[in-house]
Design a protein around this ligand. Structure first.
Ligand SMILES: *Cc1c(COP(=O)(O)O)cnc(C)c1O
Length: 360
């Protein structure tokens, strides 16, 4: 029985050669590969500065620290996200204020507006599953209330809004290079991007012990540096990112065609948005049964995410209120396999199995 994994990162000779060249160079941390990758990332996103760091979570933490977030500040975050979005807020001692989702699974600007208090300092929307959040609505709201906007782009490398790439809309943005993400470095990694000179400089300092130079430390940072081997891998894959995203979009269109007409909510691209299908997420009240049925056929599925932020044991004391849309979708979402490494035949096989499940 063929096994179809949720995602399949590619490894090839060009990547292996890039890694070997770094091994031979004997420069391993924050060297020329990192410098070049930062310049290429900044150009790709359309911003002035890129600061490589050890993970997407670290990039979010750097953004919040560089913005001067302090204890007691409130930050609006969607409850329907990967936990690190929430964790970064808590780790700078700010308070996450949970927001419900709109019809595209991203933060609802109307609910955001309703949750603003005198302590609110910023909004941290997530471009979930590879689809930009309502950047017009969220952007307007940030301007109207004088809040900063930080984009969590960890699932949306290369996604765009009105033709402009995500990561260039906020005061800062964070990307992750975790192996399943649209752009990876074959390990952990992340990057903060910004066009704000001060935020860029401060993030750069914070990722390396708050140091001004070899011996002098201006503030308490941490070791969140990046390494040369992974920068070299990232540079190869960044050159392929648009092609890999096009491939994901082709496979998503193939699913949409093969799954049409079933009692299943399929993902849709919102107006103004270019979706890059980090995940292909469908919705059905029969999720558990469908997942079991597919598993028996060697098809891996996932749930992103079964426990929303406001119901996580670590933070649920912060949020008594219910979020009806979020609570409904977390019980119904199911992720089907997709990545640039999947074949059309594999997508067809998954779709056939889903049709069979529904008796179609
Ligand atoms: C992956 C992810 C993160 C965290 O990135 P890491 O590199 O795993 O630390 C944060 N937010 C979202 C939405 C993610 O998907």
């Amino acid at each position: 029985m063929t096994a179809i994994p949720l995602s399949r990162p590619s490894v090839d000779d060009e990547i292996k050669r890039a890694v070997e060249a770094v091994l031979d160079s004997r420069r391993y941390i924050l060297g020329p590969e990192c410098k070049a990758f930062e310049a290429e990332l900044a150009r790709y996103v359309g911003v002035e500065h890129a600061v490589l760091t050890s993970s997407g979570t670290a990039a979010l933490w750097l953004a919040l620290r560089a913005l001067g977030v302090k204890a007691g500040d409130e930050i609006l975050v969607p409850a329907h996200t990967a936990f690190p979005t929430v964790e970064a807020v808590c780790s700078v001692e700010a308070t996450p204020v949970f927001v419900d989702v709109d019809a595209w699974y991203t933060a609802d600007p109307t609910d955001m507006a309703a949750k603003i208090t005198p302590r609110t300092v910023g909004v941290l929307p997530v471009h979930l599953y590879g689809q930009p959040c309502d950047l017009a609505g969220v952007g307007d709201l940030a301007v109207r209330y004088g809040l900063w906007l930080v984009e969590d782009c960890c699932q949306a490398h290369g996604a765009a809004w009105d033709g402009r790439r995500v990561g260039s809309f906020g005061r800062a943005a964070a990307f992750s290079f975790y192996p399943s993400k649209n752009l990876t470095v074959m390990g952990d990694g992340g990057v903060l991007v910004t066009s704000d000179d001060e935020i860029g400089a401060r993030a750069r300092r914070l990722r390396d012990h708050g140091r001004l130079n070899k011996d002098v430390h201006a503030e308490i940072g941490f070791n969140l540096r990046f390494n040369e081997i992974q920068a070299a891998v990232g540079r190869v894959l960044l050159r392929r990112l648009d092609r890999m995203n096009d491939r994901r979009r082709e496979l998503a269109a193939r699913y949409a065609d093969r799954l049409a007409g079933l009692p299943l909510v399929l993902p849709s691209e919102r107006p103004h948005a270019r979706h890059v299908y980090h995940l292909y997420v469908v919705r059905t009240p029969r999720r558990a049964e469908l997942a079991t049925f597919l598993e028996a056929r060697g098809i891996q599925t996932g749930i992103h995410y079964p426990v929303p932020g406001h119901r996580q044991p670590a933070v649920e004391h912060l949020a008594a209120e219910s979020l009806p849309e979020t609570e409904r979708v977390v019980d119904e979402v199911l992720t089907l396999p997709i990545s640039a490494g999947h074949t059309g035949a594999e997508i067809d096989e998954v779709a056939r199995a889903v049709r069979e499940f529904f008796g179609g």
